[in-house]
Design a protein around this ligand. Structure first.
Ligand code: AMP
Length: 190
């Protein structure tokens, strides 16, 4: 199997979380989701909680100094040595640069950026549906959805141009059933 140091990438609502759960089982690596980490901090009312809540509820990125420090701490732990599945990070070019630096310090190379591609209209429809099902505060308000999409376009999507010259971006068609999409992802690791 090819290397297991993986970033899962895609717009909000692309199904990253759903696919991450399946992929981390396939690869047998820890799933590191920055969105989940922020939600945990909010739920447990940690020092970071109010900042995470303020930004995530408005569809903006939590400031880099907070996010990068959190990821650096997590990637430095021993359980990362056999690989990892990063979900929701990096979400900006400065974060991608910071990740390169963190990994270089750890002597690790990123092997794949699995990019789940979904068109804007489909993303909007999915986020509205998820708001009904999960009751996530950041899915409920159309204005917040718009902000999250703009954040993705302006800040996150440029990460793909950052990674393409390294030949590690694996583009996956994100339209289809959960199993169809997972089947496409599996081929990357076959
Ligand atoms: P997610 O569950 O990945 O959609 O993340 C939910 C929210 O957490 C995002 O809308 C951001 O406010 C915040 N967040 C998650 N990952 C990051 C990141 N890498 N950088 C900054 N903010 C993030």
């Amino acid at each position: 199997m090819a290397g297991k140091n993986v970033v899962l990438f895609g717009p909000p609502g692309a199904g990253k979380g759903t696919q991450a759960v399946k992929l981390k089982d396939l690869l047998n690596v820890p799933h590191v989701s920055t969105g989940d980490m922020f939600r945990e901090n909010i739920k447990n009312n940690t020092e970071l909680g109010p900042t995470a809540k303020e930004y995530s509820n408005s569809g903006r990125l939590v400031p880099d100094e907070v996010t990068i420090a959190m990821v650096k701490d997590r990637l430095g732990r021993d359980d990362m040595k056999g690989g990892f599945l990063l979900d929701g990070f990096p979400r900006s070019v400065p974060q991608a640069e910071a990740l390169d630096k963190i990994l270089a310090e750890l002597g690790i190379k990123l092997n794949h950026v699995v990019n789940i591609a979904v068109a804007d209209d489909e993303v909007k429809a999915r986020l509205a549906k998820r708001a009904e099902i999960e009751g996530r505060a950041d899915d409920a308000d159309p204005k917040v959805i718009e902000n999250r999409l703009n954040t993705y376009k302006n800040q996150s999507e440029p990460c793909l141009s950052y990674y393409r010259p390294q030949n590690i971006v694996r583009d996956i068609d994100g339209i289809g059933t959960i199993d169809e999409i997972f089947g496409r992802i599996q081929k990357v690791f076959a």
